[in-house]
Design a protein around this ligand. Structure first.
Ligand SMILES: NC(=O)CC[C@H](N)C(=O)O
Length: 348
């Protein structure tokens, strides 16, 4: 199995992490030395909205995982199987007994690179190349037909969620705000979006290089033109930046973990965020656009959020929905709701 080798420094949350569609095409190395301790819960554990509580999509999305010590004895009240059993059922390979901290040092000094997990005795060649950056994963992670969440018969306003590989927690947080959610395919046009009469648009997280999401970028530029209240999350942040005329670039080894500190330039408060991204918005390229920096990463000063200078459009590079990770940034969803409400008032 080939993939881009990336590392994540989180200590918990492997079921949420491994089912995050943004990991499509990647082999994930966990730096925390012992993985699998609390096993894997059942997919049948649903929240009040009918969404799986402990998973971010319906399957494992990583191409494979690399761990130091794989716990084969798991203990937790939600545990129904071991991590190893779950991976076997889903036919996802993994490798254990690797010094993952040493491997991480290599990735940090060299930058992310492609790799392959090969079974003993397999005829698979190490020579065929895998080029993560040129893969468009959208058809694999998005949906082909619209899906509706919430109660069709209530009068709650609708948010269109453009699914570029969404995590369930994004849907959950929009429902918690009191909205109904229409989830649409990644290549939906502006007219398809408007046909649902939404009060706002959310562009989700997702895998791969944002510049390959041409269709979504075109739609996002129309959303900006029409001043529709919009929230971009991770890939959605990059797509909005590109649609607004800014540039994105690949980071040397990305940000993947649950304790990444970011500065909110509005409140001057530093927050601990959950992150999973390998690309970023180029800070200087924002200068000639209608967007400005909203959040900055404390470690390397990279852009972690942007907002439109005059329109109700905001976006974050980190994950306000966390899952896994701290809830410090849930206020980003509240901020989006405020923008929606303000715009509704102006229109009515
Ligand atoms: N989690 C995401 O949405 C990731 C966005 C993009 N694929 C990146 O790696 O930067």
């Amino acid at each position: 199995m080939s993939g881009e080798i990336v590392f994540n420094t989180g200590m918990v949350g492997y079921t949420e992490t491994m089912t995050d569609p943004s990991y499509k095409g990647q082999i994930l190395c966990f730096t925390y030395p012992s993985i699998g301790n609390y096993g894997v819960p059942s997919m049948d554990n649903l929240d009040e909205y009918g969404l799986p509580k402990y998973f971010e999509s319906d399957r494992i999305q990583t191409s494979g995982i690399i761990v130091n010590n794989l716990s084969t004895v798991s203990s937790h009240w939600t545990c129904t199987r071991t991590l190893d059993q779950w991976m076997y059922e889903e036919r996802i390979p993994g490798i254990t007994n690797i010094d993952t901290r040493e491997l991480t040092k290599k990735i940090r000094s060299h930058g992310v690179m492609s790799g392959k997990l090969i079974m003993d005795g397999s005829s698979s060649s190490l020579l065929d190349k895998f080029d993560y950056d040129s893969c468009n994963f959208m058809p694999e992670v998005s949906i082909s037909e619209p899906r509706y969440y919430g109660n069709k018969n209530d009068n709650n306003s609708k948010i269109v969620l453009i699914d570029t590989g969404t995590k369930y927690s994004i849907i959950r947080n929009l429902l918690k705000l009191g909205f109904n959610v229409v989830r649409l395919p990644w290549d939906s046009t502006i007219n398809e979006i408007l046909s649902y009469d939404p009060v706002g648009v959310v562009i989700s997280n997702g895998p791969g290089d944002p510049i390959l999401c041409n269709e979504t970028i075109t739609t996002a530029s129309k959303v900006i033109e029409k001043s529709i209240p919009t929230l971009g999350i991770c890939l959605g942040n990059q797509i909005l930046a590109l649609a607004g005329g800014a540039k994105t670039h690949k980071l040397k080894f990305g940000h993947r973990g649950q304790n990444k500190s970011c500065l909110d330039l509005d409140s001057k408060i530093t927050l601990i965020t959950s992150q999973n991204h390998g690309y970023g918005v180029e800070s200087n390229s924002l200068l000639d656009t209608e967007f400005e920096v909203w959040f900055k990463n404390i470690d390397d000063n990279t852009v972690e959020g942007i907002k439109h200078r005059s329109k109700p459009i905001i976006a974050v590079q980190f994950h306000p929905e966390a899952s896994p990770g701290p809830d410090d940034c849930l206020y980003v969803f509240e901020k989006f709701k405020e923008l929606v409400k303000k715009t509704e008032k102006v229109i009515s």
